[in-house]
Design a protein around this ligand. Sequence first.
Ligand SMILES: C=C(O[C@@H]1C=C(C(=O)O)C=C[C@H]1O)C(=O)O
Ligand SMILES: NC(=O)CC[C@H](N)C(=O)O
Length: 758
Amino acid sequence: MSSTSAWKPSKRILFVDAYDSFSWNIVDLLQNLLSVEVFVIKTDAIFAEEEFLGLLRCFDAVLVGPGPGNPNNKQDIGLIDSLWKLEGKDILPILGICLGFQSLALSFGASIERLHLPQHGQVATVTHNGTSIFRNVGTLRATLYHSLHARLCDQVSGSSAGELWVSKHCPLLEPLAWNLHSRPDSPVLMGIKHVLKPFWGVQFHPESVCSNEECKEMIRNWYEDSLSWNFARNRSSLPEVPPFVFGRCRRGSYMNSRRTESTLLPRHYQVVTETLDQRSLTVSGICEILSLPKQDMIVLESASIRQGLGTHSIIGVLSGDYMRIEYSVEESVVRLVYPSGTSSRVPLQGLSVWEWLDDLIRGVQITGGDSKVPFWGGFMGVFSYEMGLQKYLAPSRKGNAPDVSLALVQRSVVFDHQQQHIYIQSIIEDDSWPKEVAKLLSSSGSFCRAQPRLQPEARNALDCYSKNATACLPDEEIYKANVRQAQEFLSAGDSYQLCLTDETVITMPSSKDPYIPWHLYNLLCERNPAPFAAYVSLGNLKILSSSPEQFFRRQRQGHCSLRPMKGTVKKSAEMTRRKAEAILATPKESAENLMIADLIRHDLNSAMKTEAVVTVPELMVVEDFHTVYSMSSRINAIIPDSTPKERVPTALEALRECLPPGSMTGAPKKRSCEILSNLENRPRQVYSGVLGYLDFGGAAQFSVLIRSVFKSEEENVDTWRIGAGGAVTILSTEQGEWDEMITKLESSMRIFRSNSRA
Ligand SMILES: C=C(O[C@@H]1C=C(C(=O)O)C=C[C@H]1O)C(=O)O
Ligand SMILES: NC(=O)CC[C@H](N)C(=O)O
């Protein structure tokens, strides 16, 4: 987004958001390209008719965005419909994109029909006639996200060039562009204008990262035509937007008002650090030297370094009297929990848990840390999938795991695997612990890298534990039926991609050996090494993760980065990297990744306020993991140095906006989450949530909790849960989706097999 200080754009565009996951990319495009101020209202915002007309008078133009559903459904388009009915002096220039375009076409005589082959994340060449908003536009390539299309019902064959550009059946609409290569549906209408009113529409998505520069030219033309239309009708100096709408709209420059800072924690921490050479020391080795697996702790471990990911490992050392914060979405209650078993309820005083946490962390100053270390001290822990879902759906199914479990980490050991350094840190006043640990580690040579992670006794203990395990896998028929149902939603235009998942439950008699989860974790690292491996023991909650996917990272200055993963191929003796690359380059797999890359751009644009520049430095990079090849993209938000501090979102503000992870939902996120919640009919809990740290210095990093197992009850029977799934698109097959889910499940379930059956 463009960098602004005191300068205020003089022109205003109203963006009508139909709950799409690409909306803020369009807002960003308008702000950047046209230097306008953009106000955003939702399609279901409630206005009295006069109020709405009054609001429109304050805008130079309106852009009606894309979204899930069908323009024939009133609940999908809300107030969009009323825009096409404007008459006389109330008329103003409007551009409809995708759903907005379809609604325009429908209002003036076209019919809305399903495509035989929906186009989701496919990039197409759009053939236009070079007039109106397509003047001076060259070869236009644009991303498509649509299941429906507008038919002018003229029996256009596309064989005679002339018949494409007039509509006898819809005389008020003039066709401007077509997709002539969308078999079996071509020609598919891609652009129209109203012949009398300043209404235009395009079926494609000009804001997508894969749409070319010509799309921008088309937007510039529309804006120019809109301003000329206004000028000719004396619509140039417009009234200010009345304050009464501010509660119902959001501006590109929107900023939460800051609240008071919490006093629960000390206002200031000082970091004490001891530095060692890594030598032969390993993360698991240090945990054992310090006897940590006997008690609660969190380890975020780079068990394999990929593409510069997972360069650090962090051991969060939790002393006997540590404190953690727990929250349950269902009860809406925050508790401070102490390992002694005591807990106290915290009144939120009208704040959301996100605001409460943000206040808590923002109030803390920290000094003395080494700038090369990403974590000095702060919170480490997990946010569940339902924690992100909360903004869309009321909680309906209760899980056993807390939705937030964050430990206050005052002592830590951080590995820099590239520089081969170990930092031993404490933020406790006058703490001699870093010195003592440095001394102990310097003198302990017994845990060398060559040593196996698991000693024979540990393997025996695991064999005994797992031999009585029973696994309850998802039902294949139900899973496949869900794939079909998901595809029905895709065909109807309700979603472009749905990340369908299911749960496998493994039970066995519980063991008295407190080291069992730790041994299982080490086995997981051995059998599926991953850049975001993790071990969590927070009270009854145990998580063993071999996640390959980074979710969110924030540097201390505020730059944020997300790295969604989408597109997976199972490794096997026959599956070479080259073959995998060829499969991942097919339209099915690339489209899966592109959709999520665009969705994450939207999430970051929405989270970052106007100053940030959102870019995609890596698109569809193929990576090689232990059991699969996968494709990832990186989306960055860079904050210019000139940005005032209060306009830089905190880690929690940005995180909240980006949850649940888009790679685990599908797009558009809200509607996809609703559909998945009905299809899956279970809480995902920790699976699909995020795990990581919030450093008091402002840094943060979270991975997506996939390829992981978790347990949250302490009973006679241990119940380990493993979620797994994959993105269902219109090009998916039932069998392919089932196989993909099983491949992902296997990557972590293998720890419950005995050594002989590994
Ligand atoms: C759903 C899972 O993974 C997600 C789905 C992927 C895909 O569809 O290709 C890839 C990575 C994850 O975002 C899982 O591991 O259970
Ligand atoms: N991106 C969109 O606006 C999609 C519009 C409509 N839901 C369709 O699928 O065709």
